[in-house]
Design a protein around this ligand. Structure first.
Ligand code: 3PG
Length: 395
């Protein structure tokens, strides 16, 4: 694909689609600005070229009309602090008032447009809306990896109405790691998959299952796999309609020589509430009525040993209900094991990134994706509309 390195930026008005969909607390303070920081290389690059930077993004899921809860104003403020320069905040993302503001911009100025999803045309990928957005710039740079799985006006439609389009530095890096490393992994290649439900990960399990040397399964979904092997799992999460799938996947993996690891022990609790009575039991001895909510220490040891010879590790999904301290240890221990591995380590998905951050291992991981749904779709082997819409590089 054509990237930011292939297009002329000097003096141009450059529209950068970013994914500034960051978490906010009740008083609208940003609680994690990773997505903003991750876009800085692209923004600085365009500023350094003496271009005018016009940033746009969605935030949350407003209903196609202005809603102060979803304003990008807090992002403009944080961005200004991170860039060390003023950021002009436009009160809308299209229309005459915005066009006037753009006309007054000087080379090197940075502007952030208000939430794209305040207009229904964004999610409808409406031509008129895409055209109005495109009219603000000369070049379109898509750096919104987290939104690349959405076929919206600002990720797809706009490319039809603007002279040049290209991928930004973050989008490029995400694809290199998540697609490149998975397509041509240095082996042994180990996938660690967790999260609550098997049903949400079917595509990922199937696609990665074909490519890895080892699969490690943890998190809520491990109990469906354990149940499929005939174990009693008490009140732990189980998806009955996934039992056959789980059985099939394990058999298929084993028949192809792929090593398959499931927890051997777990932390069980009398209820799912913080402060509930807990104990550690082998997976064969989960008491009736109890909930399995984390992997246990023997599983952490087993999984860590399985990572010892890995050259590529991909991790998606927590090992337990890590938002509650009593059930966080398995996930945090796996984060340490991945952080300490002598391997190319890739972490995909919002919750897993959060766990790595909490474990203090962010700096020890080769690459942490900024995508949630987009990362999953890429790992499922799907094409991302936002990427497909970008032109191929001229040879
Ligand atoms: C995300 O957070 O995964 C992206 O920003 C996409 O958001 P959406 O699921 O509301 O389209």
């Amino acid at each position: 694909k054509q990237t930011i390195d292939d297009v002329k930026l000097r003096g141009k008005r450059v529209i950068i689609r970013a994914d500034f969909n960051v978490p906010l607390d009740e008083s609208l303070q940003i609680t994690d600005d990773t997505r903003i920081r991750s876009t800085l290389p692209t923004i600085n690059r365009v500023v350094d070229e003496g271009a005018k930077v016009i940033l746009c993004s969605h935030l949350g899921r407003p209903k196609g009309a202005f809603d102060p809860k979803y304003s990008l104003a807090p992002v403009a403020k944080r961005l200004s602090r991170l860039l060390g320069k003023d950021v002009i905040f436009a009160p809308d993302c299209i229309g005459p008032a915005v066009e006037k503001l753009v006309a007054k911009m000087n080379p090197g100025d940075v502007m952030l447009l208000e939430n794209l999803r305040f207009h229904p045309g964004e999610e409808q990928n409406d031509d008129a809306f895409a055209k109005a957005l495109a009219a603000l710039g000369d070049v379109f740079v898509n750096d919104a990896f987290g939104a690349a799985h959405r076929a919206h006006a600002s990720t797809v439609g706009i490319t039809k109405f603007i002279k040049a389009s290209a991928a930004g530095a973050l989008l490029k890096k995400e694809i290199e790691y998540l697609e490149g490393a998975v397509a041509n992994p240095v082996r042994p290649f180990v996938a660690i998959l967790g999260g609550a439900k098997v049903s949400g990960k079917i595509g990922v399990i199937e696609n990665l299952g074909k490519r890895v040397d080892k699969v490690i399964i943890g998190g809520g979904m491990a109990f469906t796999f354990l149940k499929a092997k005939g174990l009693e799992i008490g009140n732990s999460l189980v998806e009955k309609d996934m039992l056959d799938f789980a059985r099939g996947i394990e058999e298929h993996a084993l028949s192809r020589g792929v090593k398959f690891y499931l927890p051997v022990d777990c932390v069980v609790a009398a209820s799912r509430e913080p402060g509930a009575e807990t104990k550690i039991v082998p997976v064969q001895e989960i008491p009736k009525g109890w909930y399995g909510l984390d992997i246990g220490p023997a599983s952490v040891k087993l999984f860590s040993e399985a990572l010892q010879d890995a050259k590529t590790i991909l991790w998606n999904g927590p090992m337990g209900m890590f938002e509650i301290d009593a059930f966080a240890r398995g996930t945090l221990s796996v984060a340490h094991a991945v952080g300490n591995a002598y391997a190319l380590t890739i972490v995909g998905g919002g919750e897993t990134a959060m766990a790595v951050h909490r474990a203090g291992e962010s700096d020890s991981i080769s690459f942490i994706s900024t995508g949630g749904g987009a990362a999953l779709e890429l790992l499922e082997g799907k094409q991302l509309p936002g990427l497909v819409a970008l032109p191929d590089r001229a040879v």
